[in-house]
Ligand binder design. Structure first.
Ligand SMILES: Nc1ncnc2c1ncn2[C@@H]1O[C@H](COP(=O)(O)OP(=O)(O)OP(=O)(O)O)[C@@H](O)[C@H]1O
Ligand SMILES: [Mg+2]
Length: 342
């Protein structure tokens, strides 16, 4: 009787269950019955003098824009929690948004890349608990992405999902509701940006302003159209003098810079296909690749992956939201068990 009353009370005043996609670049939270309650940059800004958290998420990103050389940092590296304290500070205000009377803490379903080791998954659990979660369940990111992308994961035909985020590219082959093969390479959009910055620094002696590498990447993309050279203007500072200046960067040199990063992603996909038994690889070849994550939005990238792998590549309807949309659907059916599978 007392149990029933507690359960009823809990239902009335408890914080709703949460789904969390804590990504290297973006953090998204969904609260059961409330919808999306956060979709903000995974950034935290610490006051250097006091060591106190000054801002998180969109506010930290805004401050970083005002003062580009200020120290807003992501608590994640390559898709996994690198700083538990910072990650919990990032999550705390978002978890508070979902809490009604501050009594029962919310249960959380958090997504992690399939390459996350036990310690890295434990770091995610601890960060969420310190931020105010009661229990934390971990779901493999590509499984959530596949559900969010609308794939029929129960299908008996193998399907391949590739999620290219900011820090990690997660590749999974899914059949009958199971991940039958996965591979997570810690190479993704941030490496494309770094490759652009390094090339400009090495070839032109210019340190690009923050956000410039990202802008160049969006302008040129991964088109690799060698029939037509495009020139784009970029801004930065001279390596030697520190003077601000503008320079012209060619689409050829940008493509050349990002090619090794794309090759790593293509090779990771090839290697997964090679490891599959013949029948399964035929199914994957027949079904093609479903592409999710921010990388799917880089112009020319789906076409480039298709050409390099000889597989059909389909971009999910809302690629950057696929993981959180899938995690939300996992919440809807209940998070009674830890769904992690190695
Ligand atoms: N319109 C766009 N064109 C190209 N790239 C984009 C676009 N929008 C976002 N991106 C890239 O997508 C990345 C963010 O994608 P996403 O939100 O999937 O990453 P994440 O989930 O935070 O990272 P991860 O899953 O690797 O931890 C950014 O690094 C950005 O470079
Ligand atoms: Mg992600």
């Amino acid at each position: 009787m007392q149990r029933a009353i507690t359960a009823g009370l809990r239902k009335l005043i408890a914080a709703p269950d949460l789904a969390i996609d804590l990504g290297t670049a973006n953090t998204r939270l969904y609260a059961l019955g409330h919808g999306l309650i956060a979709d903000e940059p995974s950034l935290i800004r610490i006051q250097p003098e006091t060591g106190e958290v000054e801002a998180v998420g969109a506010h930290a990103a805004w401050l970083a824009n005002v003062d580009p050389y200020s120290s807003s940092v992501s608590p994640l590296h390559a898709g996994v929690v690198a700083d538990i304290e910072a990650a919990s500070s990032l999550l705390k205000p978002f978890l508070k948004r979902a809490q009604r009377f501050g009594l029962f803490k919310p249960r959380v379903l958090a997504c992690a890349p399939t390459g996350a080791c036990e310690e890295e998954r434990a770091a995610l659990v601890e960060a969420a608990q310190r931020a105010g979660a009661s229990e934390v369940f971990i779901a493999p990111e590509p499984m959530a992405a596949a559900i969010g992308a609308g794939l029929d994961i129960s299908s008996h035909y193998a399907q391949m999902l590739v999620d290219i985020g900011d820090g990690v590219t997660d590749i999974a082959v899914i059949r009958s509701g199971n991940l039958i093969l996965t591979s997570a390479v810690r190479t993704a959009c941030s490496d494309l940006r770094n490759a652009v910055s390094e090339m400009v620094s090495y070839r032109h002696g210019v340190l690009l302003f923050p956000q410039e590498a990202e802008r160049l990447m969006h302008l040129i993309g991964a088109n690799f159209d060698y029939s037509q050279e495009e020139l784009v203007v970029a801004s930065g500072t001279d390596w030697l003098t520190g003077e601000p200046l503008q320079l012209c960067v060619s689409s050829y040199e940008l493509n050349e810079a990002i090619e090794p990063v794309l090759d790593t992603i293509v090779e990771a996909i090839h290697s997964v296909v090679r490891k599959l038994p013949e029948e399964t690889s035929c199914e994957v070849i027949e079904n093609g690749i479903c592409l999710t994550g921010g990388g799917a939005m880089l112009q020319g990238l789906p076409e480039r992956l298709a050409a390099a792998t000889s597989l059909e590549v389909r971009v999910a309807e809302d690629p950057m939201m696929a993981v959180i949309n899938g995690a939300r659907q996992m919440l809807d059916v209940g998070i009674a068990t830890d769904v992690w599978q190695n």
